[in-house]
Ligand binder design. Structure first.
Ligand code: SAH
Length: 204
């Protein structure tokens, strides 16, 4: 998957490939779905949520392009897999998850993994960002928003990058929003399908 499929599909960042090789994805899927851990698809993780498709995690991480030691705000932590990949790249991650049972399970997984001490998981509405620790130079959102949330743009540092799926309930576009001073540069990186963002900036 990492040496053949990913490069053929545009994942060329060696740091992303190395991080994904270092994180045991089978630890982030339910026991009964272990056989699907490395399948080219999203996998249910309970509470109607999914762990994102491996290629999508790779693409989002490559777009986010976090320097080592970077603080990352991650919204929609779910299983914790995306957060673990970022931690394996040397990032310090604050993950926001709205469902307490998923947040607790993700915390337990992190404790069992060596890079888990780089990930903190809080329960809340990530559509509001995390203003107390803003500005953020990197923000990654793993749930589909109807529009780029104002709060996230407001908390994005100068030179910062925000990766987020935006669109309708059934299909979205993967957007990268870069801040250069007061200017925002938004680029579209193709179609994607995510579970909905709930809460203030999401769907009811
Ligand atoms: N990155 C995750 C993907 C999880 S799916 C992984 O690698 O497993 C998206 C997650 O976003 C779900 O767990 C869902 O509960 C969560 N979510 C939806 N709306 C949210 C919100 N407003 N704030 C925080 N989390 C949210």
């Amino acid at each position: 998957m990492l040496s053949v499929q990913f490069p053929a599909r545009g994942i060329v960042d060696q740091r992303v490939l190395a991080a994904m090789a270092a994180v045991p994805r089978e630890r982030f899927v339910p026991a009964e779905s272990r056989n699907l851990a490395y399948a080219d698809r999203a996998v249910p993780i309970g509470a109607g949520q999914t762990i994102s498709q491996p290629l999508m995690v790779a693409l989002m991480t490559q777009l986010l392009d976090p320097p080592p030691g970077c603080r990352v705000l991650e919204i929609g932590t779910g299983s914790g897999y995306q957060a673990a990949v970022l931690a394996a790249m040397g990032c310090d991650v604050l993950g926001i998850e709205r469902l307490p049972e998923l947040a607790e399970a993700a915390r337990e997984r992190m404790q069992a993994l060596t890079f888990g001490n780089r990930v903190e998981i809080r329960i809340g509405d990530g559509g509001l960002g995390w203003p107390a620790d803003a500005p953020w130079s990197r923000i990654i959102v793993a749930a589909a928003a109807p529009a780029v949330p104002d709060a996230l743009v407001a908390q994005l540092a100068d030179g910062g990058r925000l990766v987020i799926p935006v669109g309708g309930r059934r299909e979205q576009a993967l957007l990268l929003v870069e801040r250069r001073g007061a200017e925002l540069i938004t680029t579209n990186h193709g179609p994607c399908v995510f579970v909905p963002l709930r809460g203030a900036a999401g769907w009811a």
